[in-house]
Design a protein around this ligand. Sequence first.
Ligand code: NAD
Length: 504
Amino acid sequence: MTDTIEAPQAVKQINHWIGGRRVAGTSGRTSPVYNPATGEQTGALDLATPAEVDQAVRAAKQAFETWRTWSLAKRAELFFTIRELLHERREEVAKILTAEHGKVLSDAIGEVTRGLEVIEFCCGLPSLLKSEFSEQASTGIDVYSIRQPLGVVAGITPFNFPAMVPMWMWAPAIATGNTFVLKPSEKDPSPSLWTAELLKEAGLPDGVFNVVMGDKVAVDAVLEHPDIAAVSFVGSTPIARYVYETATSKGKRCQALGGAKNHMIVLPDADVDMAADAAVSAAYGSAGERCMAVSQVVAVGNVAEPLIEAIKQRIPNVKVGDGMDASSEMGPLITKEHRDRVASYVENAPGEGATVLVDGREGAPDDGFFLKPSLIDNVRPGMKAYEDEIFGPVLGVTRVDTYDEAVGLVNDNPYGNGTAIFTRDGGAARQFQFDVQAGMVGINVPIPVPVAYYSFGGWKASLFGDRHIYGPEGIDFYTRGKVVTSRWPDPATSKVDLGFPQTR
Ligand code: NAD
């Protein structure tokens, strides 16, 4: 592929989407949007006031009255149309995504494709909403359960997957009959507006899907709004905790997915080349800005030397450049501030007693927010490079002597999103799956993001709430149960009975 697109010449104003149309902001506050590959500002994002959030919620509340009456068959048919349109035009949204996020185009297309899988799962909503029925639970009495939508629900999303993570939320929310208000990241908001237009084109009624652009003011307005029944959040752990505590204190259902520090354990019997390929792919793909990125390799025993050597050899081959250049494998970071923060871990590592084997600050392109892959050896608990979620192309290596020490590191870590083990020993892998405290586990798979018909979510500080996102738990999150007890007796047999109803 040789695709390139020009960065927009003028800074474009990025508005809200309320009630099926673009709505210009009135706050007078805006936030800059950049092309991270050039460092140039390409957009000015309207930041919503609480009144604008309220306007979106009112549009969603009004639309809910009709949307919830749509038959399952009609909703499923619409989802098939959405799936077809998105599938056909996924490269279009991927280009918009790359221009604001920076990830390489092939990675952006991959993101949209993984999001599409969630939409495909939702095409089966008639099956997903099937309930239980007990005939003759008591004499002449039937009992059955139904699941109904919550009403207006909201999603607050991070910068690193500006198309896929919103799909994790809006697709199951809307499929199950809710109406939706999305507050995307202010750093790369345009894929959300593109999605809104696509959903309208597909035939989604106005007001079912709304987008409010904004910062903390908009988030707080969402959390406070009495007509929002549930909030899904994906982002960093401190904000996830805040969102969960605030939303639940207001009586809302909430799932808040947070940050991560994903360890990849390599046992002495692992295939070294395969483990090195996996570590390089999972650490530096998307410039390490993935919540499932491997940020820490744990080398057990004598695998350390050959493994580190194999990783080091591969790093110079990673092609860093503009994500629109088809030959690039790794793009820039999201902002200059974030790039500088990530680089500071490399700078400070020697002072902490770690060893910088590859310094990604050297030779990084001057334009834009680039940092090349870095590799740090002898990273240990207590060091900032170990404790913090770096969220960039910096891979740490910790050397340990035993499997138990390796698992102990993962289990002692406050995060519990993803983890992986590389080994040829099935027994060791099975023991790892049993022992490890993390929500998503890979066995010779470095980024074990579950397929769409399972659910995604971490443990410990990587998830606040008791429902994982998308898959069956996503359907559960966006619906609530009702149990109906019914009888059709002959009125002639009716009598007053003050006794407690019994089932026999
Ligand atoms: P972030 O927490 O800074 O922002 C996420 C959302 O919260 C954005 O919409 C933002 O506008 C809003 N926000 C930011 N500060 C806020 C505040 N003070 N009050 C209220 N709202 C606020 O996260 P990010 O930098 O956009 O994304 C990267 C983070 O997201 C990483 O920590 C990464 O691990 C995490 N993440 C987790 C998952 C997961 O599934 N667990 C997936 C993707 C990203």
